[in-house]
Ligand binder design. Structure first.
Ligand code: PMP
Ligand code: GLU
Length: 397
């Protein structure tokens, strides 16, 4: 008998992982699929990082580590925050987890009581709203469409705040839109939040290094909200280390302590080998980060140019991350062989089955008019994928 809890029944599966899984299944059947669904760098982890991991094994890093991670790794993260972000932290304010994904979830589970509201600007990364549900909080979605570059305004933020607002989740550079908030825009939001001292700000900066407009700006730089801002980051995107599962928070001491306690009861620390690899990543030469960023920028330019050639798609040039998020509403309601495409999830399924390109419908990101293509793929694959999308989409009537 199925006795899955109500909490789990209410949870949606991750659409990004599901589309990737589906694409892999079709590939296994021998169908030539180009997978632009899951968002992860297609590069190999740099050699010096892999060497550090091998050394950790040989040096017998095989015993339990402290729940928040080795002090040496947390010190390397403190150094990174000083060097790259000009922010002062101490290692007791850092908690390392199994990916930034667990880091976000830890924070939400640590601060949300049932019924607390969490402001989530849409389009949002798929997992935020599900994690809020897990924590028994209420999502308050603030929509920002392509005309406003997918970024919320201070007035929108102010209007969404109620006495029950507990947190805001802000992602810049953004998955899925690729939008980047400027320093002035962040200051505008910080000034609103300054008037509401109980709101915790979760600043998801996992795409910090994949930025095409210059220096990364963290909302934690503003003193009026710094004491209640939690930075979320990790090595997945910057160092091509998605499978190593190493993310972290830099947080107020009480939130770090709460996450430490929580994690101590259900996962302990992330894997020692991944921790030593991440430590090497932060302490080692950083030129690999810039090399990969440049490659992403070139691909961004390529996919923007190719997608702009597809009639009906509304394309905006992303300023960071590695996603193109065009508005495809022109094609919603059209049909193929008599079957109507009712929403962007169905459009993504159509592109997979008929065009053999895997993308993710915007519905899962709270943006039913859009579709997400990850351009962390080779130039050849991007060119072929956009040709396939064009061919498949043009025959819809
Ligand atoms: N935040 C965002 C916005 C992401 O896109 C991802 C990637 N899945 C994560 C967090 C989680 O990253 P990680 O691989 O470190 O768990
Ligand atoms: N962040 C990636 C994505 O959005 C990885 C998948 C996931 O963790 O959901 O595709």
């Amino acid at each position: 008998m199925d006795q899955v809890s109500e909490r789990l029944t209410a949870l949606s599966p991750s659409e990004t992982l599901a589309m990737s899984q589906k694409s892999n299944e079709l590939k296994a059947q021998g169908i030539d699929i180009i997978n632009l669904s899951v968002g992860e760098p297609d590069f190999f982890t740099p050699d010096f990082i892999k060497e550090a991991a091998k050394k950790a094994i040989d040096d017998n890093f095989s015993f339990y580590a402290p729940a928040p991670g080795f002090l040496s790794l947390r010190n390397a993260i403190v150094d990174k925050l000083k060097r790259e972000n000009q922010l002062d932290y101490t290692p007791d304010r850092i908690v390392c987890s199994n990916g930034a994904k667990q880091a976000v979830c830890n924070v939400l589970l640590s601060i949300i009581d049932p019924g607390d509201e969490v402001i989530v600007p849409a389009p949002y990364w798929v997992s935020y709203v599900e994690m809020v549900k897990l924590a028994e909080g209420r999502n308050v979605i603030v929509p920002a469409d392509i005309e406003q570059d997918f970024k919320i305004t201070p007035a929108q933020l102010e209007a969404a705040i109620t006495p029950r607002t507990k947190a805001l989740i802000l992602c810049s550079p953004s998955n899925p839109t690729g939008s980047v908030y400027s320093k002035e825009e962040l200051k505008g939001l910080a000034d609103v939040l300054a008037g509401h001292p109980n709101i915790i700000i979760l600043a998801d900066e996992i795409y910090e290094h994949i930025n095409y407009i210059g220096k990364h700006e963290s909302i934690a730089q503003f003193e009026n909200i710094r004491e209640r801002t939690v930075i979320i980051n990790g090595v997945s995107k910057a160092y091509a280390m998605t499978g190593w599962r190493l993310g972290w928070i830099a947080a107020p001491r009480w939130i770090a302590a709460a996450c430490n306690k929580l994690q101590g009861q259900y996962t302990s620390s992330p894997s020692n080998v991944a921790q030593k690899a991440a430590e090497a990543a932060y302490l080692g030469p950083q030129d690999c980060v810039e090399t990969m960023r440049r490659a992403f920028e070139r691909r961004r330019n390529l996919i923007v140019q190719l997608a702009s050639d597809i009639p009906g798609l509304k394309v905006r040039q992303p300023q960071g991350a590695f996603y193109l998020f065009p508005d495809c509403s022109y094609y919603i309601g059209k049909s193929f062989k008599g079957k109507t495409i009712a929403n962007s999830a169905e459009l993504a399924m159509y592109l997979l089955e008929e065009g053999h390109v895997a993308a993710v419908g915007g519905l899962a990101f709270g943006a039913p008019n859009c579709i997400r293509f990850s351009y962390a793929a080779s130039d050849e694959n991007l060119t072929e994928a956009m040709a396939r999308v064009k061919k498949a989409i043009e025959i819809l009537i």
